[in-house]
Design a protein around this ligand. Structure first.
Ligand SMILES: *[C@@H]1O[C@H](CO)[C@@H](O)[C@H](O)[C@H]1NC(C)=O
Ligand SMILES: *[C@@H]1O[C@H](CO)[C@@H](O)[C@H](O)[C@H]1NC(C)=O
Ligand SMILES: *[C@@H]1O[C@H](CO)[C@@H](O)[C@H](O)[C@H]1NC(C)=O
Ligand SMILES: *[C@@H]1O[C@H](CO)[C@@H](O)[C@H](O)[C@H]1NC(C)=O
Ligand SMILES: *[C@@H]1O[C@H](CO)[C@@H](O)[C@H](O)[C@H]1NC(C)=O
Ligand SMILES: CC(=O)N[C@H]1CO[C@H](CO)[C@@H](O)[C@@H]1O
Length: 416
């Protein structure tokens, strides 16, 4: 796709992006995936600064490109390297006969969308100068647009290196790692799904994952908890009245941070250092206590910008991205969590995610007493997500928990 015209006004330095685009062929998935790597080299920048000659070959940039601003773009900019993603060397190996990848491989739409070995997490050395410059073209949380190199890099250098993968392979039994991803949807109220959820090898939760008093419906086990600085702090304030006390802190739990903005890098810095936040929105706050004594560098994961962008570009590309509100629009934390599970587990069962009949239930499962409508915030495309869960379910890639309401709808449904 073409670059947005305005972009060229930027005095871009001679930025070279080397992209490796991987095409998979899905003939025999678990044993012999064949990979073809195509290396593309692009030189961007027509107006080199003084003293910089145009180079014929790709060069390693040594300085950050000038900061780019969201308001310079009237819709989501399209870069030639939009679809360049970091990948890991080889896809996860599995001996599972019922792996969701069997369904992916036979699905005409999804087989080309999924990249089984897309890189999920970043660590302290992930971002060098060419990576910084590439990712500076994408707005947060998909990259570092509007951010200053020194501010972000100081935090990125502290990112721990986890001692093991998020999800471990299973040696015994049928070798299938079964995961449950539990959203906060009202469909779970009165569902009695708790036992079934806990029976999974791993249970993923996110945001206001209330458990105390809701065990019968949602279970009591959390293996992976996905959050942002905002979600982990705001949830305890907003949902306290429903009995939500804070993020789960099961022994050995793995925490995953979605770095959605500058405040997350500031939060991360203080969390790792065990200090109060020194700058920004959470200045003076202490992150540590939000993790109930279970924060441990060897079990803390920070999601890679490329993975977040891959999820948006290939599965949840909202039409609103072509509007002036483009920079606000991103998939929900629940969506990112579901895709994280899809790329780490063999089977994924989704509970508490939006279904066609979501109006029959309250917004959140912990709202037992009053039925509130799902609030459609403009920064998320809930209809697109709802339709996507249904499609993934119909393609047998996930199992989506759906149920007919036992309570008649009180209001006539209308389009939001
Ligand atoms: C920068 O990091 C990327 C991604 O890890 C890697 O492919 C590239 O070779 C690195 N570049 C340099 C100059 O080290
Ligand atoms: C969940 O409930 C079961 C059964 O009551 C109990 O054995 C287990 O310890 C609980 N797990 C957690 C993490 O609270
Ligand atoms: C962090 O987790 C690792 C691995 O589970 C463990 O060996 C270590 O003792 C833990 N550190 C702390 C401070 O709890
Ligand atoms: C939650 O479930 C209970 C038990 O099924 C039901 O009585 C109650 O009305 C439900 N609450 C809402 C808001 O739907
Ligand atoms: C909901 O009701 C419809 C029509 O009565 C039925 O066909 C469908 O199987 C039910 N779905 C579930 C999840 O119970
Ligand atoms: C080319 C262009 O429009 N540049 C503007 C991008 O946004 C920054 C910050 O608002 C302005 O200072 C630039 O003039």
């Amino acid at each position: 796709m073409a670059l947005v015209g305005k972009v060229w006004i930027f005095p871009l330095l001679c930025l070279a992006v080397v992209g490796i685009i991987i095409h998979a062929s899905w003939q025999d998935l678990s044993s012999s995936i064949r990979w073809t790597a195509v290396v593309r080299i692009r030189d961007i920048g027509e107006t080199p600064g003084p003293g910089l000659g145009l180079r014929a070959t790709a060069s390693v940039p040594e300085t950050p490109i000038p900061v780019m601003y969201k308001k310079n773009f009237t819709k989501l900019p399209q870069w030639d390297f939009e679809e360049v993603y970091n990948v890991d060397e080889s896809p996860r190996k599995t001996t599972c006969q019922h792996s969701l990848w069997k369904s992916v491989e036979t699905d005409p739409n999804y087989r080309t969308a999924f990249i089984p070995n897309i890189r999920l997490f970043m660590e302290k050395n992930s971002i060098n100068m060419s990576e910084w410059n590439r990712l500076s073209h994408f707005n947060n949380p998909f990259g570092f647009m509007e951010y200053h190199y020194d501010d972000v890099m100081a935090a990125l250098k502290l990112i721990p290196r986890p001692t093991e993968p998020l999800i471990l392979q299973k040696t015994g039994g049928d070798g299938c790692v079964r995961c449950a991803v539990v959203g906060t949807g009202g469909i779970l109220n009165g569902s009695k799904m708790g036992k079934e959820i806990d029976a999974h090898d791993y249970v993923f939760r996110m945001n206001a994952a209330a458990i105390d008093g809701f065990e019968e419906d949602v279970g009591n086990k959390t293996s992976v908890y996905v959050h942002t600085a905002h979600s982990i702090t705001a949830s305890t304030i907003f949902y306290k009245k429903f009995g939500y006390k804070g993020a789960p802190h099961d022994k050995g739990i793995k925490y995953v941070l979605i770095p959605e903005g500058m405040r997350d890098f500031q939060w991360l810095t203080s969390l790792v250092k065990g200090e109060r936040v020194s700058v920004g929105q959470y200045r003076g706050w202490r992150p540590g206590p939000y993790y109930g004594g279970q924060f441990n560098e060897s079990r803390f994961y920070v999601v890679h910008q490329d993975f977040l962008r891959y999820v948006r570009n290939r599965f949840l590309k909202s039409r609103v991205l072509s509007s002036a509100h483009w920079a606000m629009v991103r998939p929900t934390n629940g969506a990112f969590t579901l895709f994280l599970a899809l790329h780490t587990c063999d089977t994924v069962d989704a509970y508490g995610f939006m279904t066609e009949n979501h109006r029959d239930f309250s917004n959140y499962y912990f709202e037992k007493a009053v039925k509130t409508r799902v609030i459609f915030y403009t920064n998320h495309d809930y209809n697109l997500e709802k339709d996507t869960w249904k499609k993934l379910h119909d393609s047998k890639i996930i199992k989506l928990y759906q149920r007919n309401s036992s309570i008649p709808a009180t209001e006539k449904p209308k389009e939001p």
